[in-house]
Design a binder for this molecule. Structure first.
Ligand code: NAD
Ligand code: ZN
Length: 342
């Protein structure tokens, strides 16, 4: 079968002919229809320091997809040939302390699809049946293909009550823009979004941002607070991974407010702990999606009409995958869909 493989430890990604994946007794084989490129795939493509320390070549990458079940092992129950599915990309071990208490998203032995084992940028993906997510017929293929990052945004945004709250989102990337739509959908009052990239701030506006800020143009979060006659933000969603953005967030949070940390801040990031303490802030690290509460919340938001369509800006047939990675690298895009169907 055809697969997009990280073949060599250098920049790039290669279309290869590889054997069909093995389907174990508790696995399903999914024929891939559409995939989406994640920021993680771009890191692997560029072969940055994180990839060099994490990825063992050769590796078929990709973990955002929609497809159809075409085969399954003898032990699989409640799944049928022809089911339209996507899947949770973190495969939990099922036997560690966290798994046994139902906290699969913080499993200590978690394995990542398309990171630690072959992924979905291929004609077929083999996945443990327990990671399969069935799709309601009202969820489109494109929305299904981006449920993995939508889940990151959902997990971060719905960690705290949002009705009537003022939200600051630093980073209008692929996840930050979806978080904007979730906050709007869930009843937030003002949503202020910052990014250095105007293309992405435009997407955030379409997703429901009250105000957008580009610090590179001298616009500040403090100015937004004055403009909106606020005292500070009730909820912060850090989705840039930028220490400067996080520092500015801490400065502009209201006393007693709450922050979800999704962006991967470098270990060297300095935190004004005195501010965290005297403002009585709550900081919550966000990893992945909660299994399976986040998936349930996503399904219900999609069925009841959340509009994420502005986040998808580019679509390419799979043979044009290089164009997809080029536009991702340029940053002048939202979600990029690669279509595997003929
Ligand atoms: P992305 O690269 O699409 O978005 C990050 C955005 O932050 C970009 O648009 C960038 O221009 C912006 N940015 C950079 N510096 C900024 C600054 N000083 N102020 C405001 N914006 C700034 O990435 P994404 O896919 O949306 O993911 C967001 C973050 O979450 C990344 O750090 C990613 O590594 C991380 N992530 C974490 C998890 C998790 O489970 N914790 C999962 C997926 C992604
Ligand atoms: Zn576990």
């Amino acid at each position: 079968m055809k697969a997009l493989v990280k073949l060599r430890p250098e920049k790039g990604i290669w279309m290869e002919d590889v054997p069909l994946p093995h389907v174990g007794i508790n696995d399903v084989l999914i024929k891939i229809k559409k995939t989406a490129i994640c920021g993680t795939d771009l890191h692997i493509y560029k072969w940055d320091e994180w990839s060099q320390n994490t990825i063992k070549t050769p590796m078929t990458i990709g973990h955002e997809y929609v497809g159809e079940v075409v085969e399954m092992g003898k032990g699989v129950k409640n799944i049928h040939i022809g089911d339209r599915v996507t899947g949770e990309g973190h495969i939990a071990c099922g036997h560690c302390r966290n798994c046994r208490r139902g906290k699969l998203h913080v499993c200590e032995n978690s394995v990542g699809v398309g990171v630690n084992r072959d992924g979905a940028f291929a004609e077929y993906l083999s996945l443990p049946a327990e990671n399969v997510v069935h799709l309601d017929s009202r969820i489109s293929d494109e929305m299904a293909a981006i449920m993995d990052p939508f889940g990151n945004a959902t997990h971060a945004a719905l960690s705290f009550p949002l009705i009537g709250e003022d939200v600051l989102i630093t980073g209008a990337g692929l996840i930050g823009t979806m978080a904007t739509a979730i906050c709007r959908f869930a009843g937030a009052r003002y949503i202020v979004v910052s990014d250095l990239n105007d293309y992405r701030l435009e997407i955030a506006k379409k997703m429901g941002a009250t105000l957008t800020i580009n610090p590179q143009k001298g616009e500040t979060i403090e100015q937004a607070i004055h403009q909106l006659h606020m005292h500070g933000f009730d909820i912060g969603l850090e989705m840039s991974g930028s220490p400067a953005a996080f520092e500015e967030m801490i400065e502009n949070m209201y006393n007693g407010s709450k922050i979800s940390l999704l962006g991967i801040l470098p270990g060297s990031t300095l935190i004004r702990w005195d501010k965290v303490i005297f403002k009585a802030l709550t900081l919550k690290g966000i990893y992945g999606r909660e299994m399976w509460e986040t998936w349930y919340q996503m399904e219900q938001m999609l069925i009841s009409g959340i509009d994420l369509t502005p986040v998808i800006t580019h679509r390419f047939p799979i043979d044009d995958f290089q164009k997809g990675f080029d536009v991702m690298e340029s940053g002048q895009c939202g979600k990029v869909i690669l279509n595997w169907e003929k």
